[in-house]
Design a protein around this ligand. Structure first.
Ligand code: GLY
Length: 374
C-alpha cells in the first residue's frame, strides 16, 4: 500500500485547485494514513529523467511525481517533467540541442497518451519548437486527430501559440553534426551494406572521441506515471536517430510502438532503435502481456524476445548472431509495479529512473541478453 501523510492524501484525492497549498516536500515524511486504493503512486522513465535539471532544482521524475501526488493531472505532471529534459541543452537526444538530422536540422517526434480519458496525440518531424510533448498534448486536446507531421505540425504549433525558432541546434549539437558531415558525406548514399558498416564505424569513433553520448544516438525520454487513484498516463519525446535522413520518423510518436497506455492495465514506452520496435509494436505488446497477468518485467522481456526474433538481417547482427543495437522499455501496471528492461545492460549497468514515496533514484534495467551490441 502506498503511504502518504494526511495532507498529501487529501491533496492526492481532491481537485488540482488545492495544489497551491501543497507541502514543499513529498518524500520521507512520516506516514499517517494509507490510501484506499491498492495503487502505489510511481513515475518511471528512461535514465535521463533523473540526470538532467536544466539548471533547476529537480529532475523530470521528481517534478512529475511531486506534481502528480499534489493532485495534478497525471499527464500534465509527466509532461512538466519531460519539459525539463526537452529544454536542457545538455541532453542531446531530446528537444532543444538534440542531435540533428543529416541536413543539420533538429527534427522532433513526441506522443502522449491519457489513460482515463482514452485520448492520445502526437507530432512527428516537427522543427522549431523546443517542447514537442506540449504540441502533442495540444493535438490530443484540440483536434480529432492523433498525429500531425512536418511543416504542418509546425503550422499547427504556431496557431496554438508556440514560439517557432529558426534553429534548435546548440553550439554542441552543431559541432557534432559538422564533424559527422566531415567524416561521412561522401559515404551517405553508398551500397546499403557498405554504408551500414562505414556509418557504424564513424559513429563508434565519434562516441569514443566524445563527440556524441552513446545513449543519445537514438536518445529519447519516455516517462510513465500512475497516481494513487490508479490513473495512468505516458509521454515520449525525442530528437530521434542522430543524423537520420530528413523526414525519418521513429517509434516515439507511433502509438503502440514508442508509447502505449491502457488506463485499466498499465503503460509502456521505449528508447533505442525505433525501427526494431516498430516491427513488433512492442509497447502495445507489453501492455497486452500485462493484461494477461504478466509482471511488467516479464511482459517487457517477452517483447524484447520478439525484437530479437524479428532481427534476422546480417547487417543488424553481432558476430554472435544477436542484435547489434539496444532497445529499452519502461513499464508500469495499474497497481504501481514497474520495471525497466533492455536487450543489453552493458555489464548490468543500464539504468532507468524511478520516483515514488521513497524519492527519486536510478535502478538497474533487467537485460534480455548478456554481452553488448559489439
Ligand atoms: N527511439 C527513438 C527513435 O528511434 O527515434
Amino acid at each position: 500500500m502506498a503511504r502518504l501523510n494526511r495532507r498529501e492524501f487529501v491533496l492526492t484525492g481532491t481537485a488540482a485547485g488545492l495544489a497551491a497549498a501543497a507541502p514543499t516536500t513529498v518524500f520521507g515524511q512520516a506516514p499517517a494514513v494509507t490510501t484506499r486504493s491498492s495503487t502505489k503512486p510511481v513515475v518511471v522513465s528512461s535514465a535521463n529523467g533523473h540526470q538532467y535539471k536544466n539548471g533547476g532544482p529537480v529532475t523530470a521524475v521528481e517534478k512529475a511525481f511531486s506534481t502528480m501526488v499534489r493532485g495534478g493531472d497525471v499527464l500534465d505532471a509527466l509532461i512538466a517533467g519531460v519539459n525539463i529534459v526537452e529544454l536542457d541543452p545538455e541532453d542531446t537526444s531530446v528537444g532543444y540541442g538534440g542531435l540533428p538530422n543529416a541536413d543539420g536540422v533538429v527534427q522532433l517526434d513526441a506522443s502522449c497518451m491519457h489513460g482515463p480519458r482514452k485520448r492520445a496525440g502526437a507530432v512527428a518531424a516537427l522543427e522549431g519548437v523546443r517542447t514537442p510533448s506540449l504540441v502533442a498534448q495540444k493535438v490530443m486536446d484540440y483536434t480529432d486527430h492523433h498525429l500531425i507531421v512536418g511543416a504542418d505540425a509546425q503550422r499547427f504549433a504556431r496557431n496554438m501559440g508556440f514560439t517557432i525558432e529558426s534553429d534548435l541546434n546548440t553550439e554542441r549539437s552543431r559541432k557534432a553534426w559538422l564533424e559527422w558531415k566531415r567524416r561521412t558525406d561522401s559515404l551517405h548514399y553508398l551500397d546499403p551494406d557498405k554504408r551500414e558498416a562505414a556509418m557504424r564505424q564513424v559513429d563508434r569513433e565519434m562516441m569514443a572521441e566524445g563527440y556524441i553520448d552513446p545513449n543519445h544516438y537514438y536518445g529519447t525520454i519516455n516517462c510513465n506515471g500512475v497516481n494513487a487513484k490508479g490513473e495512468i498516463c505516458g509521454v515520449t519525446t525525442t530528437s530521434g536517430l542522430a543524423w537520420k535522413i530528413p523526414g525519418r520518423v521513429g517509434d516515439s510518436p507511433i502509438l503502440g510502438a514508442g508509447l502505449y497506455v491502457d488506463g485499466a492495465v498499465g503503460a509502456a514506452g521505449s528508447t533505442g532503435r525505433g525501427e526494431a520496435n516498430l516491427y513488433g509494436l512492442c509497447s502495445f505488446l507489453i501492455v497486452e502481456g500485462m493484461r494477461r497477468g504478466l509482471h511488467p518485467k516479464d511482459a517487457g522481456l517477452e517483447a524484447l524476445k520478439r525484437i530479437q526474433a524479428n532481427t534476422t538481417e546480417k547487417r543488424l547482427l553481432t558476430p554472435k548472431g544477436t542484435p547489434n543495437f539496444n532497445v529499452n522499455f519502461y513499464i508500469l501496471n495499474a497497481k504501481g509495479d514497474y520495471a525497466g528492461v533492455a536487450i543489453y545492460s552493458a555489464d548490468r549497468k543500464q539504468q532507468f529512473a524511478v520516483c515514488d514515496e521513497k524519492g527519486p533514484r536510478l535502478e538497474l534495467s533487467e537485460p534480455l541478453l548478456e554481452g553488448s551490441t559489439d
